[in-house]
Design a protein around this ligand. Structure first.
Ligand code: PLP
Length: 393
């Protein structure tokens, strides 16, 4: 039997990236002694009032079809949060609900590009990006965020990657895996390039609430006609599994997105939307909780790993991950990841999963229990000391 070309486009190396993580999960389910530091899903529970609201709405029978765009009150709450974060005032008509930021990214990609087009992004990138952005038939063009430049954008590199086929630039700030926050100046120069070459700029801000003050510099107010902002409750409210995300941009794009979302989602469950509204009513406290949780743990991880032979730590500006340069250990990041898991039962992500620029790095999540981080770091240190002893023989 034959399949569409799409099945090839969505089966990229993104899927391989998770190999060690899935092996670790399977080992954990078998009761083995493993420590999973590979994903950004902290063991924090959803705020209790949010859970209560969902249960209440379920009991009240909020189990019917809902508007494809999402309920107005929820879109208004998202618009208010967006104005606080970016300064851009939008109406609910410029907001649409999706099944997590991941779903919103795919909707944006499908609405903004197609066969024969090019979509720009930065390397390193979040591993779902290649398949998500190429699902439309567009070709992905990766602009390096060089490790030698601590993963900061070089606008000349971006400019040289733009061609007449370029349609859009997608990137995350704070970045994953880099944890860097694009500065207002970097963004202004990106915005100017986008205006000159008539590009869409799709900014993934799922970690924005974890940045200092709960916001990052934004282009949305300066370039409302071409900037699309993507967000979700996953990271900021510890609500990954609720799958509440959104896209904010010009109304005409939202109209197209609605048509697509009718094909692929047909409305988020009403009780989930009611819970999301409750969550957004207490964003300041929710974000503070996760921000402090991550802040305490990044400091702990830094203290525990500092001085470990063969590795160099890149402390993030925000987010849930630390990039660690393992080139000094004598292993490639793929070998480091596999051997660390095999010998010490610690799962981290091979930086190669995020692009060429992070080959030689591993990404370690600190969004975890302190005891697990402490033991995970002890094992990583032991592993690196063992490698150093072999090197010095
Ligand atoms: C940069 C980035 N974008 C999007 C997502 C997906 O977020 P969501 O759970 O809202 O779909 C993630 C999840 O880790 C991410 O790191």
């Amino acid at each position: 039997m034959k399949f569409s070309e799409l099945v090839t486009r969505v089966a990229g190396d993104g899927a391989d990236a998770w190999r060690t993580h899935y092996a670790a999960q399977a080992a954990q389910e078998r009761g083995e002694d493993v420590i999973i530091l590979s994903i950004g899903d902290p063991p924090l529970s959803t705020p209790q009032p949010v859970v209560e609201r969902a249960v209440e709405a379920l009991r009240a029978g909020d189990t019917h079809y809902t508007e494809a765009r999402g309920r107005v009150a929820l879109r208004q709450a998202i618009a208010t949060l967006h104005e606080h974060r970016s300064g851009q005032r939008v109406t609910p008509d410029e907001v649409i609900l999706a099944c997590g930021a991941q779903n919103a990214l795919l909707v944006a990609a499908l609405c903004l590009s197609g066969d024969g087009d090019e979509v720009l992004t930065f390397d390193p990138l979040y591993p779902t990006y290649p398949a998500t952005l190429e699902a439309s038939g567009a070709r992905l063009v990766r602009v390096p965020l060089r490790s030698a430049n601590r993963f900061r954008p070089d606008i000349a590199d971006l400019e040289s990657a733009i061609s007449p086929r370029s349609r859009a630039l997608f990137f995350a700030t704070p970045g994953n895996p880099s944890g860097i926050i694009f500065t207002a100046d970097e963004l202004a120069r990106i915005g100017e390039l986008a205006r000159r070459h008539d590009l869409w700029v799709v900014v993934d801000e799922v970690y924005a609430g974890l940045a200092p003050e709960g916001r990052v510099p934004s282009l949305a107010e300066a370039f409302p006609e071409r900037v699309v902002t993507i967000g979700s409750l996953s990271k900021t409210h510890a609500m990954c599994g609720w799958r509440v995300g959104w896209m904010i941009g010009p109304k005409i794009l939202m109209d197209h997105a609605e048509n697509l979302l009718i094909c692929m989602l047909y409305g988020l469950p009403g009780f989930v939307q009611e819970a999301a509204l409750t969550a957004l009513q207490d964003t300041v406290e929710a974000e503070r909780r996760v921000r402090e949780y991550c802040g305490d743990r990044v400091r702990l991880m830094h203290t525990l790993l500092q001085g470990t032979p063969g590795i160099d730590l890149l402390v993030p500006e925000a987010g849930m991950f630390m990039l660690v340069d393992v080139r000094g250990t004598g292993l490639g990041s793929d070998g480091f990841t596999e051997q660390l898991f095999r010998e010490q039962g610690v799962a981290v992500m091979d930086g190669g999963a995020f692009g060429e620029e992070t080959r030689g790095f591993v990404r370690i999540s600190f969004a975890n229990d302190e005891a697990l981080i402490t033991e995970g770091c002890r094992r990583i240190r032991q592993f690196c000391e063992g490698l150093a002893a072999v090197r010095s023989r």
